[in-house]
Design a protein around this ligand. Structure first.
Ligand code: CMC
Length: 470
């Protein structure tokens, strides 16, 4: 793709264009207008022009900036990807400064108000909202796959009674890779579609079984007459009744929570999905890897941590003392802050709104009072204001989940169910993107230069012993 024009003699202009640009380059205006970056390498006095496209420069263009033929070329160093775009994506748009979130161009507020989760799944995966006929067909495809193979149920039986549901969820999703070896055909669109339907159909079943397992209750088979959220509730909570009837307000609230969690562009777990998927691993193991990333307390695991934090605070009057601890650097306010949002997370706003209808049915969660006080104080406090720390999606979701009857260990699993759709939409985009290759970052090596191995008996202790002792 690149035109191969490398470093020029000092003082001359070199073009690092991805597209073919005519050479020799004498004036950047002639070839690039103003959509270029001029770089003077002070080590060599060479000047380079790098095209700017969509507000970015290509990191590979910098490789041609060299001090000599043996020089590897310039790299960017960006731990934690603070300023690196890794893909082109048409799925989700976030404006973190303005607090905007859109799926395929539609504002999240409208989607949460007017659509069901299965419509959103269709939208994220296909690019458009379904018509009534398309939705009917799509629903049929998903419910066809809600059952787990009986042997897959046995994977779950092997876990200890107190195993964390997220660990069970991750492992069982990964194990499905052995049940569906055809999933390795990642370049076959029909096979991809089948695995996508299998995963979307089965993740609520796996999630519900992890819950029943921890209680020692028998598993409940899916009921395909029910909607996506209702069926999940059926598999969680049905006891002896012949047919489970979900409370429609709670089922709708759960469906809205699923919509809000469905995708969030290149977050930590989605980056894992793409990274693992880039090796052409099958979507079951890729999804399991993404779910593992989600489980961390800085990502989807934060919702569980919020509840622990609220328990630890105990009552509203203890909030100022807790905030003082955070400001003194002792811990983080869980459910606050975001890499991208430097404004109120729009999902948190919708969750707060949905909470009212849930509490009308379940009664108010007493922790809400503590959470509201935390938010009130934090939003006025200079420490949080200066750092633009606002409540994120995890701040209020746990309070609703708990009011609905979920225990905190289940919260991240509840996040993983809908996010599976986002991971799969991003994976599908990755697989079809001709620009993508196996993900493989570079490093800045900070270790020893080459050195010779000394025979065991002649080795002296060079420095303090390393910590990892056998
Ligand atoms: N409480 C107190 N201080 C915080 C918090 C917090 N929750 N989050 C960030 N800060 C401070 C941080 O200490 C740093 O201060 P300083 O400039 O003095 O060093 C500053 O704010 C910038 O923080 P950062 O760590 O550089 O920000 P980041 O973009 O690397 O981290 C984050 C983003 C979400 C990991 C972080 O805000 C955090 O740990 N929040 C708590 C965990 C949480 O709620 N995670 C869920 C995220 S939303 C759901 C999802 O997508 O997973």
């Amino acid at each position: 793709m690149c035109d191969g024009i490398g470093r020029q003699a000092p003082g001359r202009m070199a073009t690092l264009a991805v597209r073919k640009f005519p050479a020799p380059v004498t004036s950047r205006e002639v070839f690039m207008g103003n959509d270029a970056l001029s770089i003077l390498d002070k080590r060599t006095q060479a000047t380079y022009e790098v095209p700017i496209e969509d507000g970015t420069i290509r990191a590979m263009d910098l490789r041609k900036i060299k001090t000599g033929p043996d020089d590897f070329g310039l790299m960017t160093y960006d731990p934690a990807f603070m300023n690196t775009g890794s893909c082109r994506s048409a799925i989700t748009f976030i404006d973190g400064d303005k607090g905007i979130l859109r799926y395929r161009g539609y504002p999240i507020e409208q989607l949460a108000e007017k659509c069901t989760f299965l419509e959103i799944a269709y939208l994220l995966l296909s690019g458009e909202l379904p018509t009534e006929t398309q939705l009917k067909e799509w629903r049929k495809q998903i419910i066809h796959h809600t059952m787990l193979h009986e042997t897959s149920k046995k994977f779950l039986e092997g876990f200890r009674y107190d195993a964390h549901p997220m660990g069970m969820f991750i492992s069982t999703v990964a194990a499905l890779s052995t049940v569906y070896p055809d999933a390795r055909n990642v370049h076959d669109p029909a096979s991809r579609n089948l695995q996508i339907c299998r995963l979307i159909g089965k993740v609520p079943t796996i999630a519900a079984y992890t819950y029943r397992h921890s209680l020692g209750f028998p598993y409940v088979y899916p009921d395909n007459d029910l909607g996506y959220a209702e069926n999940f509730m059926n598999m969680l909570w049905r006891m002896m009744e012949p047919k489970y009837t979900a409370n429609p307000i709670l089922a709708r609230a759960l469906d809205i929570l699923f919509i809000l969690h469905a995708d969030h562009e290149q977050n930590c777990s989605t980056n894992v999905m793409r990274s693992v998927g880039s090796s052409q691993a099958d979507p079951f193991v890729s999804t399991a890897a993404a779910a593992a990333a989600l489980s961390g307390p800085l990502h989807g695991g934060a919702n569980e941590e919020v509840l622990k934090m609220l328990d630890q605070i105990g009552s509203k009057d203890k909030v100022p003392a807790y905030i003082a601890e955070i400001k003194a650097g002792r811990g983080k306010l869980m459910g606050f802050g975001h890499r991208v949002y430097k404004n109120y997370d729009p999902r948190a706003r919708i969750i707060k709104w949905a909470a009212d209808s849930v509490f009308e049915i379940t009664g108010k969660n007493p922790k809400l009072e503590i959470a509201l006080e935390l938010e009130r104080i934090a939003l006025e406090d200079e420490y949080f204001v200066k750092r633009k720390l606002y409540p994120n999606v995890d701040f209020y979701s746990g309070i609703i989940y708990q009011a609905m009857g979920f225990k905190p260990e289940m919260f991240t699993v509840l996040f993983a169910i809908p996010r599976t759709v986002g991971w799969l939409a991003q994976w599908q985009e990755l697989v079809q993107d001709p620009e993508q290759k196996i993900a493989r970052p570079r490093q800045i090596y900070t270790g020893y230069e080459a050195r010779d191995v000394v025979e065991l008996e002649k080795r002296a202790l060079a420095t303090a012993p390393v910590t990892a002792q056998p």
